[in-house]
Structure formats: structure tokens, C-alpha cells
Ligand binder design. Sequence first.
Ligand code: FES
Length: 72
Amino acid sequence: MPKHTTEDRFGHLRTSIEIKPGERISICRCGASKEWPFCDGVHKTLPNNVGPAVVTVVPNGEGEETNKRTDA
Ligand code: FES
């Protein structure tokens, strides 16, 4: 699991996540994950359609931009 830290920034919590090129992470957007800030899949049990933000670091900045919807 990637290294992450959370700090107070002017009264708001800010989480920084260190990820390596080629690594892919899923960030929880539903707020219910026990592995927060990472998605643990519990969103699938909730009565809404909120899923994770999936982040991939493309090596050397290469790759294609995508805006497609995928199920997680
Ligand atoms: S557990 Fe929160 S988005 Fe997956």
C-alpha cells in the first residue's frame, strides 16, 4: 500500500499519497472505507452510486488521456 500522510491545513485535513510510476491506486470517495484513504470495496454495499477515484501514474508522462467510466 502506498505511503500516505494526513495533516491539518488551515483547519482542513489534507492527505498526501506517494505513488510510483506505473502504480495504480483506488481512492475512497464514499467515506466508508476501513482502509481510508484507499477504497476497500465497501462502497458496493451502499445505497448510492459513489465509487472510488482510480489513479494511475503513467511512466514518463506517456499514455493517453481517458475520461471513460468504468465499474470498480
Ligand atoms: S470504499 Fe469508498 S469508494 Fe470504495
